[in-house]
Design a protein around this ligand. Structure first.
Ligand code: IMP
Ligand code: MG
Length: 182
């Protein structure tokens, strides 16, 4: 979807927060960092459906190393704008992560509960290494103590949509990221 200055979903209005150009640049930078860090290895990127799909595909195209991909689907939001805090597994990954270099790709970290859930679940499979990359991270919203290894952009605690992120499943197909207007 072409980038407009604002967009609306129901009666909510959103404005551009991160442009397509900024997303491309930062994604290329992160891919360069990862290519360096994992030189000589073929890590497996585990995308968290549905939000991380656009970011994951753009990220891996910029890598100079080999990689595999897999996906997991969990849900904590439903159709609301505030996380329910309850994580449910909808689709498990299919690869055997034992002994692998695993990089989980998230769209956004808010409370951190999703990442904490994934960390526990993947660690129990005994990967060789485990790191997390998130395109976005909200400021001051973590409810658990954790570190995200690679973060694209740190943003204010406002609801965002676009480039994979949705509200009521809509507006994932935009090239920019939009934030809710106050
Ligand atoms: P957490 O478990 O609270 O960290 O939430 C993480 C998940 O909630 C993300 O992977 C997103 O799918 C969703 N989420 C959190 N904040 C937003 C937002 O501002 N817009 C859209 N989805 C969000
Ligand atoms: Mg998500």
């Amino acid at each position: 979807m072409k980038t407009e200055k604002t967009l609306t979903i129901d009666d909510l209005e959103f404005e551009v927060l991160i442009s397509e150009e900024q997303l491309k640049q930062r994604t290329a930078d992160l891919a360069a960092e990862l290519s360096k860090e994992y030189a000589g290895k073929a890590p497996i990127f585990v995308g968290v459906l549905n939000g991380a799909v656009l970011f994951l595909t753009d990220l891996i195209k910029e890598l100079s190393i080999d990689c595999e991909i897999d996906f997991i689907k969990i849900s904590s939001y439903g159709n609301e704008r505030v996380s329910s805090g309850q994580i449910t597994m909808i689709k498990d990954f299919s690869a055997d992560l034992h002994g692998r270099d695993v990089i989980v790709v998230e769209d956004i970290v808010d409370s951190g509960l999703s990442v904490q859930y994934l960390m526990r679940r993947i660690k129990s499979m005994k990967p060789a290494s485990l790191k997390f990359v998130s395109l976005l991270m909200k400021k001051g919203t973590l409810k658990v103590d954790l570190d995200i290894d690679y973060v694209g952009f740190t943003i204010d605690d406002k609801f965002v949509v676009g480039y994979g992120l949705d509200y009521k499943q809509l507006k994932r197909n935009t090239c920019a990221i939009y934030q809710l207007k106050e």
